[in-house]
Design a protein. Structure first.
Length: 305
């Protein structure tokens, strides 16, 4: 396990009678794309505001870069880039001018080359001189990430960066996150309720509900430790069902439709079942796992899939 970039211990935040965050613990390691997941009202935005020192915790400890946030606020925040909700810009100014003003206000040492390199990274170098009011929502989101990157931070905190985007815009943000992680070696803390998107980019995650941790770990390990919905595409469906009827596999059937028999299986059971079917002279045309982070999430918070 690599170096801890962010460590949260027993973190709580209470607003009068509402406990928005309740005894939260999490660890983010250098190089992680860390998915911070939960439904609306789970406490994600409150946690992010505490991480950025915008609000004060009721209880608990936050350490960033192995230093307590409370005692080292300014030093730590200089090395964090963040987007909290929707980024705002001066619409009548160009993308370049907006970044220049923000850099000056932040006291950042920068050059023309620095700004252009950041705009190129987020795919806006050809629109550097365009007024921001002419930008699409997705372009504004990418400019917001450029703003978070202008001072070359170690840790990037993104709060719902794909909210309101169309599928193409979501894809662009996803690719940008992967570029920042793999090519620029950034550690990324990604808050979202769009679970499919997080499954595609995050290596580790935590699921939050009612301000409390439900689970934390490596995405693939968490998914693989649970039953998968697996579709077996079978030409001789009725023959297969007759053979399965007298076996333990019958209890594993979730549903049947067209030429598909859908099972609930552990990863280890998939090849075992396939072998059994094939040995009974039934052709399996395809095996399709349907397990997703969203199903896992819904199961954890006791909702119907």
């Amino acid at each position: 396990m690599s170096e801890k970039i962010l460590e949260v211990k027993n973190l709580s935040k209470k607003f009068r009678q509402l406990k928005a965050v309740n005894n939260l613990n999490l660890n983010v390691y250098r190089g992680d794309v860390f998915g911070f997941l939960g439904p609306n009202g789970a406490g994600k935005s409150t946690t992010i505001r505490m991480l950025l020192s915008l609000i004060t915790p009721t209880e608990g400890e936050i350490k960033i870069f192995n230093k307590p946030l409370k005692e080292n606020r300014n030093e730590i925040l200089r090395n964090i880039g963040a987007i909290v909700e929707k980024p705002d810009f001066y619409g009548y100014l160009s993308a370049y001018k907006n970044l220049e003003i923000l850099a000056k206000l932040s006291g950042i040492t920068f050059s023309h080359k620095t700004i252009m390199e950041v705009l190129e990274l987020v795919g806006l170098e050809k629109r550097f001189n365009s007024k921001v009011k002419t930008f699409s929502h997705g372009m504004k989101q990418r400019l917001g990430i450029a703003q978070a990157l202008i001072h070359d931070p170690e840790l990037i905190i993104l709060d719902e960066p794909t909210t309101g985007l169309d599928p193409q815009g979501m894809k662009e943000i996803r690719e940008l996150i992967l570029t920042l992680s793999k090519e620029k070696n950034k550690t990324i803390f990604l808050s979202s309720h769009i679970l499919y998107e997080v499954e595609l980019v995050a290596n580790r995650m935590i699921i939050l509900n009612n301000g409390t941790t439900q689970v934390e770990g490596y995405v693939q390990e968490l998914l693989n430790s649970n039953e998968l919905k697996v579709t077996f595409k079978i030409s001789e469906k009725e023959k297969a069902l007759n053979i399965l009827k007298e076996t333990r596999w019958m209890e594993k059937i979730n549903s049947v439709n067209d030429d598909n028999i859908i099972f609930l299986l552990s990863p280890e059971e998939i090849p075992e079942l396939n072998k059994f079917i094939v040995e009974n002279d039934i052709k399996v045309n395809a095996i399709i796992p349907l397990r997703s982070l969203e199903e896992y999430f819904l199961k954890l918070i006791n909702k119907e899939t």
